[in-house]
Structures are given as structure tokens and as C-alpha cells.
Design a protein around this ligand. Structure first.
Ligand SMILES: CC(C)(COP(=O)(O)OP(=O)(O)OC[C@H]1O[C@@H](n2cnc3c(N)ncnc32)[C@H](O)[C@@H]1OP(=O)(O)O)[C@@H](O)C(=O)NCCC(=O)NCCS
Length: 211
């Protein structure tokens, strides 16, 4: 038998023996649903009061590791990759500790999708990855980061809209996006199967801006 087929079968047999349920589940397509919302360049954003003890800074190669007591080394490495590919990030700092992160994927000249389903084009930026340290949740740090990242995107690019996708079950995230002034566009169902993604609906295209 060709060595790569033999390796493949050995790997599959090992996966089956380790966890038969997980092995069979991996063959079943997964349906995920996202609420997609947008904020446009001229739309009013939430005006937020500063949060006691919290300051917002853009992520740079110098401060990127300040999040390492909250996120794993692997996540910090992915943030270094985001920086290298020109994406925009901000951290919410409490003292010298970053307690929240927010990332947006910028257009890089070629049309692309992030997470297999969100568009990044010359006119559209999509949010990439947000989280708040569990000890600091419920203080509106998420909302503050949403608003500050939108401002940063519009001040550093010419795009006319920023999109956010939130899984339909993520109540705090949905509330934060709505409070920050995003307008709900559609529900996007996505089918994932063994590394492949199929989008089962279209995200409406950006309409011309009316300042
Ligand atoms: C989602 C997340 C970023 C929110 O961070 P946060 O700083 O605690 O959020 P905020 O304090 O800004 O709260 C946002 C809103 O959600 C509301 N909220 C909080 N928990 C809620 C819950 N369980 N159900 C409904 N609403 C909730 C808050 O009351 C607030 O609304 P308000 O302004 O009307 O009071 C944080 O929970 C998190 O990191 N979760 C894990 C990662 C994740 O889900 N990332 C986002 C993926 S899209």
C-alpha cells in the first residue's frame, strides 16, 4: 500500500480507538448561524464614558505579549501573525495587563474571507477576534473596544463599513454589538464539514453612503 494511504488509515484507526464518538461526529456537517451587523462610516456610534482604570491602546509588536497572562502563547503567536499581515488590533489595559483584545481584518488588496465566511474587501472590514478576561467582564470593556476599534478602522482605511458576526447564542456579544450602534443586517447560516465551509446565504452588499 502507498505509504501516505497507509499513514492515513493508521491515523484514522488511532482516532477511532481514542474516541469512537468523536470520530463518527467528525463526519457530520455542523450548521452554525451568525448574526451579521454593520456600522457605516457616517453612522452615529455609542458615546461611552471612560471606564475606571481601563485605557485602550493599539496593539503593536512591543505590547502584543501584554495579554499573555490571559491568553495562551498560541493565541499571542496568532496575534503576532495578525500584526505581520497588517490587521488592526486594540488592547484594553488595566495597569500593565491587557484584559481585553479586539481585532479587525483589513483589506490586503485581494478579496478574502475570514473564518471561511466573513468578507474583507476594499470597501468592507470584518471583525476578527474579541475577548475580555473573565475577571473583567460586565464592565462594558467589550463595548468600549468595539467603538474604539471602529474609530481606528475608519481613521486608518477608506472602507465604508465594518461588519461584526456573532453566533446567534452569544447573548452578551449580541447585546454589546447592538449597544455600540451596529445595525443588524442578516442571519448567516454556515455549514462546516471537515475543514470546508459553505455559506448558505448572502450578506447584503454595502449600499452607497448617505452622510
Ligand atoms: C462577549 C464578551 C466579549 C463581552 O464582554 P464584556 O466586557 O463583559 O461585555 P460588556 O460589559 O460590554 O457587556 C455587553 C452587554 O451584554 C450584556 N450581557 C452580559 N452578559 C449577558 C448575558 N448572559 N445575557 C444577556 N446579556 C448579557 C451586558 O449587560 C451588556 O449590556 P448593557 O450595556 O445593556 O448592560 C465576553 O463575555 C467574552 O470575552 N466572551 C468570550 C469570548 C466571546 O464570546 N467573544 C465574542 C465572540 S463574537
Amino acid at each position: 500500500m502507498a505509504p501516505n494511504i497507509s499513514n492515513f488509515l493508521q491515523r484514522k484507526s488511532k482516532e477511532f480507538k481514542q474516541n469512537p464518538m468523536k470520530f463518527f461526529a467528525s463526519f457530520i456537517p455542523k450548521l452554525q448561524r451568525y448574526v451579521v451587523s454593520e456600522v457605516r462610516r457616517h453612522a452615529p456610534l455609542l458615546s461611552l464614558k471612560p471606564i475606571d482604570g481601563i485605557r485602550i491602546e493599539q496593539v503593536t509588536t512591543e505590547n502584543v505579549a501584554s495579554i499573555s497572562h490571559f491568553r495562551s502563547q498560541e493565541v499571542v503567536e496568532s496575534f503576532r501573525r495578525y500584526l505581520a499581515q497588517g490587521d488592526l488590533g486594540i488592547y484594553a489595559f488595566y495597569g500593565d495587563r491587557a484584559v481585553g483584545h479586539a481585532w479587525a481584518a483589513l483589506p490586503d488588496g485581494t478579496r478574502r474571507l475570514i473564518w471561511g465566511h466573513m468578507p474583507v474587501t476594499s470597501d468592507t472590514v470584518s471583525f476578527l477576534f474579541f475577548s475580555v478576561d473573565p475577571q473583567f467582564r460586565g464592565r462594558k470593556i467589550f463595548q468600549l473596544m468595539l467603538v474604539e476599534l471602529v474609530k481606528l478602522v475608519f481613521s486608518t482605511t477608506n472602507v465604508s463599513r465594518v461588519l461584526a458576526d456573532v453566533p446567534v447564542y452569544n447573548a452578551p456579544s449580541l447585546a454589546g454589538v447592538e449597544r455600540a450602534g451596529f445595525r443588524r443586517l442578516c442571519i448567516l447560516p454556515v455549514l462546516r464539514w471537515r475543514g470546508h465551509t459553505i455559506r448558505l446565504a448572502r450578506i447584503p452588499k454595502a449600499e452607497p453612503d448617505r452622510p
